[in-house]
Design a protein around this ligand. Structure first.
Ligand SMILES: [Zn+2]
Length: 439
């Protein structure tokens, strides 16, 4: 049995509120002990002084492109990108080909994920083929192991269908994750509707198209109870709607993505398709509101929306290029830059938004398919551990990207923090450290 001792790190476990310099001893797949001055005995010792020892990071929103678009990413290559960015668990969206809308495809994802470098959990579609018309068999999808329901990439536009999907998703005990975009307000849109879209002569995607869906869905929840989650929130107004819903006790959560916390629509100037995403980059006031929404506790989850595309696709004219950027390898660094370097939150809070909160969203904090709960550091629990260097200056280059695609606007960006080791179930799956054995 391999044993590893993380020595003298700052152990952060938001689930228990732990923030103390301690050692963590891993034996086999599990955490054997957490405490001060633990004996090394036969363990491989990793000097964690100056580093943060956190539960393995969890991303509840990635696109792994398998099945159907394996030239962009596969479950295997996506998991490589994940562990390079400190993630031990990712939840993959159903906009694959075929759509992830049957129990067979849910099981296919689990089969493919057996050799992946991190844990992979599928989110299944709410409507057949994500067409927004006919509801999927949500009870069976849940039984097969889907950890959430979403038509991500598209909204469920019909209120009638949405109501049925909420009811079934709620009854199955799952969360519904909404891509909030009223489609008739965004036809042909490729970026935020504002001064810059006018200047570039591009069709704009107005804020109200996001807000109106959140408003509608919150209304529907009163007749179709369900846990409801707003994906990749992009505008200030959305936060105010969610603030009121949460104040009224509704089970509404929201996530923010690195790009919406760091960039504005100015990044689209020059028709740079690496800044084309959906929902689009908006204005400085939105960016500030999203940061503040995280600080205020309205946004409780961070998610990358990792969306790989080929260079050929991103070389198309702006209005024709696909939406989306990759995010797994640079996410932690980006969140730290947007939220910690600016004084909005501290490290314990950041780790909470990336571990126990997304675990709870997808019911991964409790026993799941024979494994125990994820998202925390506890004696006897699975050894999913991420080491973070909170004072590591680095500039993103292509060699830092370990998935299949390269479409990121963050090449050349300087960051001040980085994950340096990723352990999944006691196995070190990625390391930038030189470990030394002790006797
Ligand atoms: Zn989406």
């Amino acid at each position: 049995m391999t044993t590893t001792l993380f020595k003298g790190g700052r152990v952060l476990d938001p689930a228990s509120g732990t923030d103390a310099v301690m050692d963590v001893l891993v034996e086999g797949q599990r955490i054997a002990r957490i405490g001060k001055d633990l004996p090394a005995s036969e363990a491989e010792v990793i000097d964690a002084s100056g580093l943060i020892v956190a539960p393995g990071l969890i991303d509840p929103h990635v696109h792994l492109r398998e099945p159907g678009q394996e030239h962009k990413e596969t479950i295997q290559t996506g998991s490589q990108a994940a562990v390079a960015g400190g993630f031990t668990t990712v939840c993959c969206m159903p906009n694959t080909a075929p759509t992830l809308d049957t129990p067979e495809i849910v099981r296919f994802i689990y089969d493919q994920a057996r050799t992946a470098m991190c844990r992979v959990f599928p989110v299944a579609a709410g409507t057949v083929g994500r067409q927004g018309e006919r509801m999927t068999e949500i009870q069976l999808l849940a039984k097969a192991g889907a950890v959430g329901i979403s038509d991500d990439g598209d909204v469920i536009a019909s209120a009638g269908v949405m109501k049925s999907v909420f009811t079934a998703t709620g009854a199955a005990g799952l969360v519904f994750m909404q891509h909030c975009q009223e489609p008739t307000l965004t036809r042909g849109a490729s970026m935020h509707a504002g001064g810059i879209s006018t200047k570039l002569g591009l069709t704009g995607w107005p804020r109200i198209a996001e807000e109106i869906i959140i408003e509608r869905d919150i209304r529907l929840l009163s007749v179709a109870p369900c846990r409801y989650h707003v994906q990749h929130l992009s505008c200030a107004g959305s936060i105010e709607i969610i603030r009121i819903a949460r104040a009224n006790g509704l089970p509404v959560t929201a996530e923010a993505s690195p790009h919406h916390l760091l960039l504005t629509d100015e990044a689209c100037l020059g028709y740079d398709t690496s800044a084309k995403m959906n929902p689009p980059l908006r204005e400085q006031s939105d960016l500030e509101a999203i940061r503040k929404g995280v600080a205020d506790g309205i946004i409780t989850i961070l998610a990358t929306d990792h969306a790989p595309h080929t260079p050929d696709e991103k070389a198309l004219p702006f209005s024709d290029a696909p939406f989306g950027i990759i995010g797994l390898e640079t996410a932690l660094a980006g969140y730290a830059k947007a939220l910690i370097d600016t004084g909005h939150i501290d490290w314990l809070k950041l780790v909470e938004l990336m571990t126990i909160n997304p675990a709870k969203l997808c019911n991964l904090d409790r026993s799941h398919r024979g494994d125990d709960g994820l998202g925390e550091l506890r004696e006897g629990g699975l050894a999913d551990i991420t080491l973070i260097d909170p004072a590591h200056s680095w500039t993103v280059t292509e060699s830092d990207l370990e998935g299949l695609s390269r479409n990121t606007p963050f090449l050349g960006t300087e960051f001040n923090a980085r994950t340096v080791l990723t352990m999944v179930g006691g196995q070190t799956q990625h390391s930038r450290l030189n470990a030394s054995a002790s006797s």
